[in-house]
Design a protein around this ligand. Structure first.
Ligand code: AMP
Length: 304
């Protein structure tokens, strides 16, 4: 099964306490597509400017990511710049330049319109809805969001939620969305607003998954060296959606649990290098090896 992914495609500048790099490939769709491509063929939707390097199209091609839905137009690519504190968790956005995204009107190529799985990666909810409306009867829709949209385009986000099967957001966003301090209550309340499932990411503390009568909690893969946390959330979403799209039957809660572990594994690789660099040469063997270690670490004596 193929997976349609729409989101931002960016050129990022990232500063950590020890390094700074600019003009890096970034954006929610770039990270998500690279992660998902380990499990399913990806159809990418987005926009880039005339300054966007051709080599990145070659990279997508090498990962079997279809770019027929990526428009290249006159102007500058979306640019984002962020700086991390010593904890490599707290981040300050230094600048966001929408550039070609300001006038972006997605139009799906005919071959994209019958996609079964869709990942609406982080981007304005009105654009997520626009793309969703162009897909015929999607089987399973995953959406990601961020505090910006909760604060500035809440109506659009609320309209999108009933069309979403799995909503992914981080802990502070979940609390902010329903004004709730308890994450357990927040997860349940967000579910009631539309999505069938809700995944709440807790950074280095793992993630929670909520279904109607089901609940799953997993830790994060313990890493010693983090070089650039940018895109971890998008990579998590891409890994989850990519794994789900590789399942042939109706998505079950067991599939969602496995997808969450794969998402966490992919995110753990992502932060080991700047930009998408670690995802450029990662192998499926390395992913599966870490998946097995993750499973072993989650067991305890006496568990069946
Ligand atoms: P994450 O670290 O998962 O929050 O994702 C970081 C990526 O999101 C960067 O590569 C940015 O280019 C991209 N990004 C930052 N702000 C936005 C925004 N407002 N809309 C879409 N993508 C964004």
């Amino acid at each position: 099964m193929s997976l349609l992914i729409v989101g931002s495609i960016a050129l990022d500048t990232v500063k950590t306490p020890v390094e700074e790099h600019s003009d890096l490939l970034g954006g929610s769709a770039s990270y998500a597509a690279a992660a998902a491509s380990y499990f399913s063929p990806v159809k990418l939707v987005g926009v880039v400017g005339s300054d966007f390097p051709k080599s990145e199209f070659d990279f997508w091609k090498s990962r079997k990511i279809d770019t027929a839905g990526v428009q290249q137009v006159e102007g500058k690519t979306f640019r984002w710049s962020g700086e991390y504190a010593w904890d490599m968790n707290t981040r300050e956005t230094r600048s966001t330049e929408l550039n070609v995204f300001e006038k972006f009107e997605p139009e799906l190529p005919p071959a994209y319109r019958e996609t079964d799985f869709a990942l609406l990666a982080n981007i304005a909810p009105a654009l997520q809805m626009n793309v969703l409306k162009q897909i015929q009867r999607p089987r399973f829709v995953v959406a990601d969001t961020m505090n910006l949209w909760i604060e500035t385009t809440r109506k659009d986000l609320d309209a999108l939620l009933p069309n979403v099967d799995l909503l992914i957001l981080n802990d502070s966003e979940a609390r902010e969305m329903v004004k709730e301090t308890s994450l357990i209550k927040a997860g349940r309340r967000i579910r009631e607003s539309g999505p069938r499932y809700v995944a709440i990411k807790k950074g280095e503390h793992g993630a929670l998954l909520f279904g109607e009568d089901e609940f799953f909690s997993c830790g994060a893969y313990p890493l010693e060296d983090i070089h650039d946390p940018t895109g971890a959330g998008d990579t998590f979403a891409g890994g989850m959606a990519g794994y789900l799209a590789s399942t042939v039957r109706k998505v079950t809660f067991t599939d969602l649990r496995k997808a969450m572990i794969y998402g966490s594994v992919l995110a753990s690789f992502c932060v080991e290098a700047f930009s998408l660099d670690r995802l450029r040469n990662l192998t499926m063997e390395q992913i599966n090896e870490r998946y097995e270690t993750f499973k072993l670490m989650s067991q305890f004596e006496g568990a069946e």
